[in-house]
Write a protein that binds this ligand. Structure first.
Ligand code: SAM
Length: 253
């Protein structure tokens, strides 16, 4: 317990740094998306953008033969990824670097695969895909999750929540057109199941938040943060038939 008054960023990072994932997803979804990429032994240079602490980066390393660079804006997350790589003796193949998804540090046409879960909407689906295209070899793949509308009905309360978070939702049809506009051949799209949100992300996050509530009992910021997270989960459970993360898989032309 402490009388310290943490900032929003403090509690955000402290909540997520010990979690396997920082957003919805699962090992099964990773394997399903990899299944659309054909023989994986050709994919020797990969990047995982917005990798967080690298749960999925380390899983990708089990399936891909070459180098995987995880990139995230938070150096603390990257430190965790690099520690995981060292503990599995994979530091020669898995590297974490701090950086921005909208200003990639890679050589043009150098990547066979860009992977990105739960992150692209921070810079915009279209903007991200257009920027990333330059860094893929012709025929290279993107596999990316993005929050999307799953129904024709678009509840205003959901739209407002995502827009307040600096994001926007489009339908799978619109996102497919955006992929094509940005120079990709569409391969597949599938919605993540509910367990990717609940068992894989919200439940572990709730446990981490309960521990932080004990650590910062005097903090108004902590109370507001807890309330905000509770609202997010309730919104999802009430409106999950209308929106979700969709995995998009496509190939650079
Ligand atoms: C929802 S989390 C997903 C993390 C991880 N991919 C996962 O699925 O568990 C989004 C991640 O994107 C990172 N991020 C957001 N905007 C970014 C940007 N502009 N450049 C680099 N990383 C960014 C955040 O720091 C965060 O780790």
């Amino acid at each position: 317990m402490t009388n310290e008054q943490p900032s929003f960023l403090d509690v955000l990072l402290e909540t997520h740094i010990g979690l396997e994932r920082q957003g919805p997803g699962s090992p099964q979804a990773v394997r399903q998306a990899l299944g659309f990429l054909g023989p994986l032994d050709r994919l020797r240079q990969a990047a995982d953008l917005g990798c967080g602490t690298g749960g999925q980066t380390m899983l990708l390393a089990e399936y891909l033969p070459g180098t995987i660079t995880g990139l995230d804006m938070f150096p603390a997350f990257i430190d965790v990824l690099n520690q995981k790589a060292r503990s599995k003796h994979l530091e020669n193949r898995v590297h974490g670097i701090a950086g921005k998804m909208e200003d990639l540090p890679f050589a043009k046409k150098s990547l066979d695969l860009i992977w990105s879960e739960g992150a692209i909407d921070n810079i915009g689906f279209r903007e991200g895909l257009a920027h990333w295209h330059d860094f893929l070899k012709p025929g290279g793949f993107v596999a990316v999750t993005c929050p999307s509308w799953l129904s024709k009905e678009r509840p205003a309360i959901v739209e407002r929540f995502w827009s307040d978070a600096g994001s926007r939702l489009d339908s799978i049809e619109t996102d497919t057109e955006i992929l094509q506009d940005c120079g990709y051949r569409f391969i597949a799209a599938f919605a993540l199941p509910e367990t990717c949100w609940t068992d894989q992300y919200y439940y572990p996050r709730e446990a981490a938040i309960r521990a932080l509530e004990k650590k910062y009992p005097q903090s108004d910021m902590m109370k507001a943060y807890t309330e905000q997270n509770r609202y997010e989960v309730e919104l999802y459970l009430q409106y999950k038939q209308h929106y979700g993360y969709v995995f998009y898989i496509a190939q650079a032309i």
